[in-house]
Design a protein around this ligand. Sequence first.
Ligand code: NAP
Length: 476
Amino acid sequence: MAVTAREQKLLLGGEWIETGTWREVRSPYSGEVVGRVAQAGADETRRAVDAAATAMAEPLPAHSRAEILDRTAHLIDERREDIARTISDEAGKPMKAARVEAERASSTFRSAATEARTLTGEVVPMDASPAGVGKVALTARVPIGIVGAISPFNFPFNLVAHKVAPALAAGCAVVLKPASQTPLSALLLAELEAEAGLPAGWLNVLVGPASEIGDVLVEDERVRLISFTGSAEVGWKLRERAARKKVLLELGNATPLIVEADADVEEAATKAAANAFSFAGQSCISIQRVYVARGVYDDFVASFLPKVEALRTGDPGDDETDVGPVIDEGARERILAWIEEASDQGAEILTGGETAEDGVIRPTVLANVSPEMKVSCLEVFGPVCTLSPYDSLEEAFELANGTEYGLQAGIFTSNVKTALAAGAALEFGGVLVNEAPTFRADQMPYGGVKASGNTKEGPPYSVREMTEERLVVLSR
Ligand code: NAP
């Protein structure tokens, strides 16, 4: 593993600051120190909100915002390998996946630049009612105000991009708190923003105790919107506490995939093997529960298991690695305990269920699971997937919906009527047909229902969330 320890200050009001307290960032794979980051608290957060307010007092025109966003995308392309290495070092994400994340971030910024250039309101048909005769009205989209952004560890670069890029496109300044385990990627993005010409105060990045920084973002009325991606537990509590703000939540899932008897079973097995274990299952839309029509269940298992067993576990810095470590020891112990508990309750371990010599959890496939087991109804967020046969499509829909979550679901079928029925019956923010439910293109509307959230991300959608419609009525 090529680890270069970086020392990172925090970005506040255009200055790179130290605070006198440092925190080490360690590789989840080797435990090596990969960086040291200055720690902020409530005081720095209040100063960051001041800086954001000062920045927004001098709005940037849309063409400048778009140019900065485009230049950032260009810089991301140029620094792709460095970005991927940073992601891999601090998150333990295999380089293959880290490179894809860096590429996607560039597309997130380009999409946001397009939004900055095309964001528009509408003309209201005033004479459609007698009251409006003689008046002309239009709506303008104005920035909502300062955006407080809180991001998770699992996509430490592109999920930061999904908050920062649309906020800047909308004309909002940002106070960002990245995950404590993965701050280096966010700070690298902040460096690129500065290089792209973003003036002081428009992006402020603070690393430190979540509750201290979070409390200021919740309490300071100048922060008009909080954009949170992370666990349901933290997200919904944050929303309760910030009753007078807009709080956008992108939360977890227990992602189901249905494989119908008329599907291309080989293709479904290939996509499932690749998307249940990528980044050790630590994607909010990692395939966790696979329901297969009983008639093709044995064929699916016969095709799926060898593909899972062929995945290479190990050092995330190695180009050949498919499955690396989970984020920390606590997560590893929890996942292994859930596997053991399922096994004690009668689940059959078809492969995996143990760790390799280096401590990486081997991709684990469980059969004979029941809907009440934690591995079925909660979010595993680890390299674990369950297989279950079903007898009717209705039963498959019911099983897939049997979770409090509702982010994305998938179905493989060659029947268009079945595909349309799935679109109607599956209670998820997105239903993917003949594609893994792990698929995401960054401009698409991505977000969940039920416990999974209350918004759609993707620059065209986030920019609308981050702006307000202002009505202007003119009388003749
Ligand atoms: P997490 O523990 O909820 O942390 C997410 C962020 O919230 C981190 O920056 C964390 O800071 C911060 N935080 C924790 N407690 C806080 C508080 N009291 N006030 C303010 N901020 C607080 O989630 P995670 O373990 O990093 O990420 C995994 C979860 O994210 C999974 O559930 C996954 O499904 C979900 N996720 C959802 C999406 C989506 O788009 N729907 C995408 C990716 C991940 P610290 O790191 O300092 O604790």
